[in-house]
Design a binder for this molecule. Structure first.
Ligand code: CTP
Length: 399
């Protein structure tokens, strides 16, 4: 039972959905977890601390200090296996995203070493406001697991998204989280992501439309799963996650990407190669900007870049796992199978820009997974975050 003996800090903030926290707490305790409740001042207007203290078997904490006692927020953050904030109000999410500390819960969040999960709850208009959506993105980037909100009638009288996820669903997510945690924890995962840019001259390059999103989502999900991640990231504007367990290596060219991979070749357990590496580079980039005067045409002499996937495939040991990507426009499975065999991959993720809103630049992806044994599984279009989870889950099952 993943919840059994887990130590959970349950943060409750000011939202009408706080009444559901009692049911949530009951389910956590029933699952075998040891729970310490922290309430914000506003939460106390919505549910009584006595109820929560009785259900958890521990006094509820709210204040940074009582008359003669300091609530040690650092110790609390170190004690816990997870900090779960449910309901998380728009206000608390905003404070968390911006590092504001003005109560015990936000102090615990900022000093916690354990993973944090939030279950937002608010009115639909507040949920959909760009400020809230920006805060959610920031928190995701900081490694916070944001649980989905429910849709339906809201206390405001409106209908729409913003309802607190049902307590059973939150417990399910927490269970899945702990399960995943044990599958990938302590694994060293190297991810390549984004395009490479190959210089033609000091101002121009050969590149491609890769945004790096798929690789970055993989890094975020691997971090959530407890892994240590090296992210070798090509040029792009998509922000990389921030974590103590992340080594971020920014590169521009295929040669630099190869160099970064070489540095981690021996210590890596799992390679995930989501980068769209330029297959060729200008043989001799011009030292100065190429001028157009007097030219009717221009030819570039290109030479092949090293194939990073093939290099890893040729050098990996039997305990190392190699997962590559195949971006194909025709004969998807046959081409992917050939690629997997040629580069000695254990698993290949197949996607195609032919599918609506998939691959380059989009936030969603329709993927199929083909493994060495020939097993092929196809998935419906899903967010890249969910696709990342799917891929990591598939690997965790196979290693
Ligand atoms: N790859 C790599 N280094 C390269 C080229 C590709 O590591 N120089 C990796 C990609 O990150 C991906 C896989 O190999 O995981 C497949 O890449 P793809 O470009 O689709 O395959 P290619 O072998 O280059 O074949 P082609 O471009 O001809 O389809």
């Amino acid at each position: 039972m993943p919840l059994s003996h887990r130590r959970i800090l349950l943060g409750i903030t000011g939202s009408i959905a706080a009444y559901k926290s009692a049911i949530l707490l009951r389910l956590l305790v029933k699952g075998g977890a040891e729970v310490q409740v922290i309430m914000t001042e506003a939460a106390r207007d919505f549910i009584g601390p006595l109820t929560l203290a009785t259900l958890s078997g521990k006094p509820v904490l709210s204040e940074m200090h009582l008359d003669d006692q300091w609530s040690n927020h650092v110790a609390l953050g170190h004690w816990a296996d997870a900090l779960l904030i449910a309901p998380a109000s728009a206000q608390t999410l905003s404070k968390m995203a911006h590092g504001v500390v003005d109560n015990l819960l936000t102090a615990v969040y900022l000093s916690a070493k354990c993973p944090t999960l939030v279950a937002p709850a608010m009115d639909a208009d507040m949920w959909e406001h760009p400020a809230t959506q920006d805060n959610i993105r920031i928190l995701s980037r900081h490694g916070v697991v944001v649980l989905p909100v429910g849709e339906g009638p809201l206390a405001s009288g409106l209908e729409g998204p913003g309802r607190l996820a049902e307590p059973e669903q939150i417990v399910g997510e927490l269970n899945a989280f702990f399960q995943k945690d044990t599958l990938l924890s302590k694994k060293k995962i190297l991810i390549t992501a984004g395009p490479t840019h190959e210089a033609i001259d000091p101002v121009r390059f050969i590149g491609n439309h890769s945004s790096g999103k798929m690789g970055i989502r993989l890094a975020e999900e691997a971090l959530r799963g407890g892994a240590e991640v090296v992210l070798v990231l090509g040029p792009g504007s998509e922000p990389a996650p921030v974590s103590k367990r992340l080594t971020l290596m920014r590169v521009t060219t295929a040669l630099e990407m190869m160099d970064a991979v070489r540095q981690h070749l021996e210590v890596t357990d799992i390679f995930l190669l989501a980068a769209a590496v330029a297959d060729f580079r200008p043989a001799e980039p011009a030292a100065q900007k190429i001028k157009k005067e007097g030219r009717q045409s221009l030819s570039l002499d290109l030479i092949a870049n090293p194939d990073i996937a093939a290099f890893i495939g040729a050098n990996k040991t039997s305990r190392q796992y190699l997962c590559g990507f195949a971006l194909e426009t025709e004969n998807l499975v046959e081409n992917a199978r050939a690629k997997m065999d040629k580069k000695n991959m254990d698993l290949i993720v197949i996607n195609s820009p032919n599918d609506a809103q998939s691959a380059f630049g989009y936030d969603t992806n329709k993927i199929s997974l083909l493994d060495k044994s020939g097993k092929l599984v196809s998935f419906e279009r899903q967010s890249k975050k969910d696709a990342a989870r799917t891929i990591l889950q598939a690997i965790a099952e196979r290693i």
